[in-house]
Ligand binder design. Structure first.
Ligand code: FES
Ligand SMILES: [Fe+2]
Length: 323
């Protein structure tokens, strides 16, 4: 008897989460003393800014009786107070105060995630074992440069795994079929000597705004796209992702154009980029993740992407219980 393989579904083939830097908020959305509930990496987390201004990201459930610290938790100086019985946790996660007891159990601690603020965003270094960052956040020098416009922000909730969204950056053929370019732009994918930073260079001469596109991908879900329309005429788009779970990803885009094209074409090129996401959306929202795609000979850049992306996952041999 032949057993027919189970049909792939959106829920049974998606991978875990790749290590790397991801955003969890814009800086201006997290005021001093503010407490937020955050969903990321299939976990409930609490994000708050202490009185001295430090952003802190911790697992949300109080070790005492499980209240969610992101819902009615309160910042007290450099700590967060649980809304249920008032236990307070420091920025290192240790319980430092129980209002009705001098005895603080050793195991009363919250898992604390490495968090950094830069480029107007609050980032988490995500690693499945919660280890220290293995590389630094990149600098995004156009932000704050007077030769570039003030950044424009936009964000989207995409019902797809972060790896599948990132895969677009190595998929020049979809520019023709999904983004309605006249042809597939000649493209090259390269990887820096560090083995980690990936570049796509594409000549989109048959687009609405003909451009040279250069995407730099720092890790799946964290990329910079630079479109050059002519000498000194450029647009830069930063994309940072917040994987919510295996099927949903929040993408935060930050766009800026060089001042030289601000008045003539600034809005048009930025709106063109933003509306491009509407083209991708129905594909992402309905596709499954293919663990073992069938590639043809010409799919070289996609094959390269799949090899590159492996380094961001732990293999089953090096998995341990999370610290
Ligand atoms: S559940 Fe948090 S203090 Fe009791
Ligand atoms: Fe796309």
């Amino acid at each position: 008897m032949t057993i027919v393989e189970a049909c792939e579904s959106k829920t049974n083939t998606t991978p875990e989460f790749p290590m790397g830097w991801y955003s969890v908020a814009r800086s201006h959305e997290l005021l001093v003393g503010e407490v937020k509930a955050v969903q990321a990496f299939d976990r409930e987390m609490v994000l708050y800014r202490t009185r001295s201004g430090v952003p802190v990201l911790q697992d949300a459930y109080c070790p005492h009786l499980g209240a969610h610290l992101g819902v009615q938790g309160r910042v007290i100086g450099e700590s967060i107070r649980c809304p249920f019985h008032g236990w307070r946790y420091g920025t290192d996660g240790k319980c430092e105060h129980i209002p009705y007891s001098d005895d603080i159990p050793e195991r009363a601690r919250l898992r604390t995630w490495h968090c950094e603020e830069k480029n107007g965003e609050v980032y988490i270094w995500f690693h499945p074992e919660n280890t220290a960052p293995q590389w630094q956040l990149p600098d995004l020098p156009e932000l704050g440069d007077p030769n570039w416009t003030n950044p424009r922000y936009t964000e989207f909730l995409v019902p797809a795994h972060v790896q599948d969204i990132a895969e677009n950056s190595c998929d020049p053929v979809h520019f023709e079929f999904v983004h309605k370019m006249m042809d597939t732009p000649p493209s090259e994918v390269t990887i820096d000597d560090d083995g980690r930073t990936l570049h796509l260079n594409s000549d989109a001469t048959n687009a609405d705004f003909p451009a040279h596109l250069h995407a730099t991908v720092y890790n799946p879900g964290f990329a910079m796209v630079r479109n050059t329309y002519g000498p000194g005429a450029e647009m830069v788009m930063y994309n940072s992702a917040q994987p919510i779970n295996r099927h949903e990803t929040r993408m935060r885009w930050t766009l800026t154009v060089s001042r030289s094209i601000e008045d003539l074409a600034g809005d048009d090129v930025m709106e063109g980029i933003i509306s491009g996401l509407n083209d991708d959306y129905p594909i992402w929202a309905n596709k499954v993740h293919k663990q073992k795609p069938i590639f043809c000979k010409e799919d070289k850049t996609l094959v390269l992407f799949r090899k590159w992306v492996r380094q961001f996952y732990l293999t089953s041999n090096d998995k341990r219980e999370i610290a």
